[in-house]
Ligand binder design. Structure first.
Ligand code: ADP
Length: 224
């Protein structure tokens, strides 16, 4: 007799494998990174210094891919509680603003009086961070990111709006596919994580975008 694996079982197995692999890969990477950094400092004045720095950057990049993949594959347990999205935005504002300023951008928040929704706080933080980072990346020179919240009918809406390059239709279809990226240094995991978070909150997503003008991601949470 065959036992059927549920989708959840499979996800758990993938998650545990990912966690195991991440641990095993990170340890040697940390060792190599440490030696590279040491050599880089020792060789301050010779030509190859930039190569050492490049190797360190590449290791850091591999490390962040592992971190992001882990957060996707682990499908971690969410802790739902009644929270106000405005509070979360307020809490992470300094982080968002620092990210934006580094890239000559600015964050504006336009928050309505909204009721609390049932949500997992750390996931919502991650969601907002990922969307704002994409907005910043979409405005290579400078620009403003608007974050809105509003209560409409039976939903609480959260919108992240940029005035960046926009998303062409052929790319739009691929959004949320793990590892899909158009950026040289992208991981293509940011939106996949967002889509998973949105799905697990039974929330809705709408994307408005016009090439050259900008993009708005709007997430609709059920009012509880
Ligand atoms: P990454 O940022 O690592 O590329 P994401 O999954 O976050 O991964 O995004 C995938 C792709 O979707 C990006 O490479 C980009 O082409 C497109 N994209 C996402 N957000 C935006 C945005 N706000 N404006 C324009 N393009 C976007």
């Amino acid at each position: 007799q065959t036992e059927k694996m549920t989708k959840l079982d499979r996800l758990n197995i993938i998650g545990e494998m990912a966690a195991g692999i991440a641990h095993e890969i990170r340890n040697p990477m940390t060792t190599v990174r440490g030696f590279l950094q040491f050599l880089s400092i020792k060789n301050e004045f010779i030509k190859q210094k930039e190569n050492f720095d490049l190797m360190i950057d590449e290791l850091d990049r591999a490390n962040s891919i592992i971190t992001e993949f882990l957060s996707l594959a682990k499908n971690k347990n969410m802790e739902f509680s009644y929270i106000n999205l405005n509070t979360i935005i307020h809490d992470i504002y300094p982080l968002l603003q620092a990210d934006a300023m580094r890239n000559n951008c600015e964050i504006k928040v336009i928050l309505d009086d909204i009721p609390s929704v049932s949500a997992d706080q750390s996931s919502i933080r991650q969601l907002i961070l990922n969307l704002v980072r994409n907005g910043i990346d979409a405005m290579p020179k400078s620009g403003i990111i608007n974050i809105y919240t509003e209560a409409v009918d039976s939903k609480v809406l959260l919108s992240i709006q940029d005035c960046g390059v926009g998303i062409p239709p052929e790319i739009r279809e691929k959004l949320g596919t793990p590892f899909f990226t158009t950026k040289e240094q992208g991981t293509g995991l940011g939106l996949a994580i967002c889509y998973q978070i949105i799905q697990r909150h039974s929330a809705t997503l709408s994307i408005e975008s016009s090439p050259g003008k900008g993009t708005t991601f709007t997430i609709g949470f059920k009012q509880s």
